[in-house]
Design a binder for this molecule. Structure first.
Ligand SMILES: [Mn+2]
Length: 338
């Protein structure tokens, strides 16, 4: 940690800083320059309350040298982490496309979805049984029954299932139904109690980016899960809120290489919620793969216009099929497979 004093800082103020650093268990090296004094403080920065130092009179700025996240950081684990999801490997050279409807509706709808997803060459099925909706009067999801339905329809195709967990009280049902991947949605990215609970399991977690979250906040949320012992974390960029109103969110493609640099964990992209329109999905998907995403989370419905939720952003089985063909070319161009 580096503490920069104001030009007029007194010896007492400098001593107050070094005393505080000792309390936190850090060393201190005081360098008195012509203009101002700088204090270098080697040691474990995680033990330091930055604000407590900042509050001391005469302190201009406190700078951290290391990142506040540890387990999820690239410095913790040099090579890419590959997560094995019941035989499907995410984070390696092969790109994984997870597809399925926004919400689980009926058994025939889920059977048709699973068949279409498998036929297109995707290896994982998504679907929401519990839905976070902006309005309390909108369809809220079919609940636990939806988890059973997903497992049932995915089994013949040998596909792991991905579904969103909204509340700690639903976790037992997720465990009982052997949900393969838990999704934490954008609205829950900083629901720290929920993150701690999934951190106690070993079920892989897709952590979506909060719609207004910075990369640092997102990494810290992942650290909550990792700190509990669950290192099977997948980051999912799903678009952020900006001034633009033409599309639902702005897909932050820049976040992909940044995260790949900052963390060893897999990074995937949700092009459906980013654009909010089915016609944008192919272009955003290609951009994500080209930028280095390890996978995609795509909304597909057997009959999009009849979908109970997010109907205008779901692609059809035919469109998914075509998209997989296009992505194969994109993946090959950068030396990856799909
Ligand atoms: Mn949706």
């Amino acid at each position: 940690m580096i503490i920069i004093m104001t030009p007029k800082a007194t010896d007492e103020q400098i001593n107050a800083v070094t005393d505080k650093l000792k309390q936190f268990g850090l060393d201190n090296h005081v360098s008195r320059g012509v203009e101002r004094t700088v204090i270098g403080a080697p040691g474990d920065e995680n033990k330091v309350d930055k604000e407590a130092l900042q509050a001391i009179a005469g302190v201009e700025r406190v700078i951290r040298v290391t990142q506040p996240y540890k387990i999820v950081a690239r410095t913790y684990h040099d090579s890419d982490t590959v997560i094995d999801i019941n035989g499907v490997k995410l984070g390696g050279n092969q790109i994984q496309v997870i597809a399925g409807p926004c919400s689980v509706e009926t058994l025939p709808q889920m059977e048709a979805s699973a068949a279409a997803v498998a036929a297109a060459g995707c290896r994982m099925l998504r679907g929401g049984a519990f839905k976070p909706r902006t309005s309390p009067y909108s369809f809220q999801g079919v609940g636990v029954e939806g988890l059973e339905m997903m497992k049932q329809v995915a089994k013949p195709h040998n596909m792991p299932i991905v579904t969103e967990l909204m509340d700690v009280r639903q976790l037992d049902a997720f465990m009982e139904n052997k949900v393969d991947v838990i999704q934490i949605g954008t609205r829950n990215m900083q629901n720290f109690d929920l993150l701690k609970e999934v951190g106690r399991t070993h079920i892989p977690v897709i952590l979506k980016r909060g719609m207004s979250a910075t990369i640092k906040e997102w990494l810290m949320s992942a650290e909550y899960i990792a700190a509990g012992g669950n290192h099977n974390i997948i980051f999912c960029e799903r678009g952020v809120r900006t001034f633009e109103t033409y599309y639902r969110n702005v897909l932050d493609v820049t976040a992909i290489p940044v995260l790949k640099r900052e963390t060893h964990l897999p990074v995937i992209v949700d092009p459906s919620h980013a654009g909010g329109k089915a016609w944008m999905v192919p272009a955003l998907s290609r951009a994500a793969v080209a930028a280095g995403a390890d996978g995609l989370l795509v909304e597909m419905h057997p009959t999009p216009c009849e979908a109970w939720c997010d109907a205008d952003q779901a692609i059809s089985p035919e469109e998914l099929n075509k998209l997989m063909g296009e992505l194969k070319i994109t993946a090959e161009a950068i030396g990856r497979t799909i």
